[in-house]
Design a protein around this ligand. Structure first.
Ligand code: ZN
Length: 138
Protein backbone atom coordinates (compact mmCIF):
# COMPACT_ATOMS: atom_id res chain seq x y z
CA UNK A 1 0.00 0.00 0.00
CA UNK A 2 1.23 3.46 -0.75
CA UNK A 3 0.26 6.99 0.02
CA UNK A 4 -2.38 8.39 2.28
CA UNK A 5 -4.89 5.62 1.92
CA UNK A 6 -6.59 6.35 5.20
CA UNK A 7 -7.87 9.71 4.02
CA UNK A 8 -11.43 9.70 2.83
CA UNK A 9 -11.66 10.79 -0.75
CA UNK A 10 -11.98 14.55 -0.69
CA UNK A 11 -14.58 16.23 -2.85
CA UNK A 12 -14.67 19.96 -3.48
CA UNK A 13 -16.54 20.51 -0.22
CA UNK A 14 -14.52 18.38 2.18
CA UNK A 15 -11.25 19.41 0.57
CA UNK A 16 -11.38 22.57 2.70
CA UNK A 17 -11.47 20.37 5.78
CA UNK A 18 -8.58 18.15 4.70
CA UNK A 19 -6.48 21.08 3.49
CA UNK A 20 -6.83 22.67 6.93
CA UNK A 21 -6.02 19.36 8.62
CA UNK A 22 -2.85 19.14 6.55
CA UNK A 23 -1.90 22.51 8.04
CA UNK A 24 -2.69 21.34 11.57
CA UNK A 25 -6.08 22.98 11.96
CA UNK A 26 -9.27 21.19 12.90
CA UNK A 27 -12.32 22.69 11.22
CA UNK A 28 -15.89 22.35 12.32
CA UNK A 29 -19.05 23.81 10.84
CA UNK A 30 -21.09 26.45 12.66
CA UNK A 31 -24.70 27.21 11.84
CA UNK A 32 -25.66 30.87 11.55
CA UNK A 33 -29.33 30.11 12.09
CA UNK A 34 -29.31 28.06 15.30
CA UNK A 35 -25.74 28.70 16.41
CA UNK A 36 -24.85 25.02 16.86
CA UNK A 37 -21.66 23.45 15.60
CA UNK A 38 -21.44 20.05 13.95
CA UNK A 39 -18.97 17.47 12.74
CA UNK A 40 -18.39 15.68 10.32
CA UNK A 41 -18.78 18.66 7.96
CA UNK A 42 -22.02 18.89 6.08
CA UNK A 43 -23.24 21.48 3.64
CA UNK A 44 -26.32 22.14 5.76
CA UNK A 45 -26.99 22.16 9.49
CA UNK A 46 -28.06 18.71 10.78
CA UNK A 47 -29.91 20.38 13.66
CA UNK A 48 -32.16 22.82 11.82
CA UNK A 49 -31.41 22.12 8.11
CA UNK A 50 -30.26 25.69 7.50
CA UNK A 51 -27.73 26.18 4.72
CA UNK A 52 -26.32 29.19 6.59
CA UNK A 53 -23.31 27.21 7.76
CA UNK A 54 -19.70 28.36 7.82
CA UNK A 55 -16.29 26.91 8.62
CA UNK A 56 -14.77 27.60 12.02
CA UNK A 57 -11.40 26.57 13.41
CA UNK A 58 -11.97 24.42 16.47
CA UNK A 59 -9.95 24.86 19.64
CA UNK A 60 -8.67 21.31 19.31
CA UNK A 61 -9.74 20.55 22.87
CA UNK A 62 -12.09 17.71 23.62
CA UNK A 63 -13.16 15.29 26.32
CA UNK A 64 -13.32 11.55 26.03
CA UNK A 65 -16.86 10.28 25.57
CA UNK A 66 -16.48 6.58 24.80
CA UNK A 67 -13.70 4.34 23.52
CA UNK A 68 -12.65 0.78 22.92
CA UNK A 69 -9.39 -0.95 22.20
CA UNK A 70 -9.42 -2.52 18.76
CA UNK A 71 -7.26 -5.61 18.63
CA UNK A 72 -8.15 -6.84 15.18
CA UNK A 73 -9.01 -5.01 12.00
CA UNK A 74 -8.31 -6.56 8.63
CA UNK A 75 -8.72 -3.32 6.73
CA UNK A 76 -5.59 -1.37 5.93
CA UNK A 77 -4.18 0.84 7.32
CA UNK A 78 -5.69 -0.39 10.57
CA UNK A 79 -4.35 -3.90 10.12
CA UNK A 80 -0.86 -2.48 10.63
CA UNK A 81 -1.85 -0.49 13.70
CA UNK A 82 -3.60 -2.87 16.04
CA UNK A 83 -4.10 -2.55 18.83
CA UNK A 84 -5.35 1.00 18.72
CA UNK A 85 -7.95 2.99 20.62
CA UNK A 86 -11.06 3.91 18.67
CA UNK A 87 -13.08 6.61 20.37
CA UNK A 88 -15.83 9.16 20.25
CA UNK A 89 -14.75 12.48 21.69
CA UNK A 90 -16.81 15.52 22.52
CA UNK A 91 -15.24 18.64 21.10
CA UNK A 92 -15.13 21.73 23.29
CA UNK A 93 -17.45 23.33 20.73
CA UNK A 94 -20.03 20.60 21.30
CA UNK A 95 -19.99 18.15 18.40
CA UNK A 96 -18.99 14.55 18.90
CA UNK A 97 -16.38 13.11 16.61
CA UNK A 98 -15.24 9.58 15.84
CA UNK A 99 -11.48 9.43 16.06
CA UNK A 100 -8.52 7.58 17.48
CA UNK A 101 -6.78 8.20 20.78
CA UNK A 102 -3.02 8.07 20.69
CA UNK A 103 -1.76 6.33 23.82
CA UNK A 104 1.65 4.97 24.60
CA UNK A 105 0.66 1.36 25.08
CA UNK A 106 -2.85 0.41 23.96
CA UNK A 107 -2.18 -3.25 24.72
CA UNK A 108 -1.17 -2.71 28.33
CA UNK A 109 -3.19 -4.81 30.75
CA UNK A 110 -5.81 -5.68 28.25
CA UNK A 111 -8.35 -2.91 28.09
CA UNK A 112 -6.62 -0.71 30.66
CA UNK A 113 -5.00 2.00 28.60
CA UNK A 114 -5.08 4.64 31.29
CA UNK A 115 -8.10 6.41 29.87
CA UNK A 116 -11.19 7.48 31.70
CA UNK A 117 -14.42 9.06 30.58
CA UNK A 118 -14.32 12.82 30.53
CA UNK A 119 -10.51 12.90 30.25
CA UNK A 120 -9.14 16.06 28.68
CA UNK A 121 -7.79 15.57 25.17
CA UNK A 122 -6.11 17.65 22.54
CA UNK A 123 -5.98 17.19 18.81
CA UNK A 124 -2.80 16.16 17.06
CA UNK A 125 -2.38 15.47 13.38
CA UNK A 126 -0.95 12.25 12.06
CA UNK A 127 -0.26 12.38 8.35
CA UNK A 128 -2.96 14.99 7.97
CA UNK A 129 -5.56 13.06 9.93
CA UNK A 130 -6.86 14.52 13.22
CA UNK A 131 -6.46 12.17 16.18
CA UNK A 132 -6.45 12.97 19.89
CA UNK A 133 -4.15 12.42 22.83
CA UNK A 134 -4.59 12.91 26.56
CA UNK A 135 -3.52 16.33 27.81
CA UNK A 136 -0.50 15.96 30.06
CA UNK A 137 -1.52 16.43 33.66
CA UNK A 138 -5.17 16.37 32.69
ZN1 ZN B 1 -28.74 25.10 12.59
Amino acid sequence: MTGRFDLPEADAFTRTYWDAAAEGRLLIRRCGACGRAHHYPREFCPHCWSEDVTWETASGRATLYTWSVVHRNDLPPFSDRVPYVAAVVELAEGPRMMTEIVVAAPHRDGEDVGLSGGADLEVVFREGVPVFRPVAGG
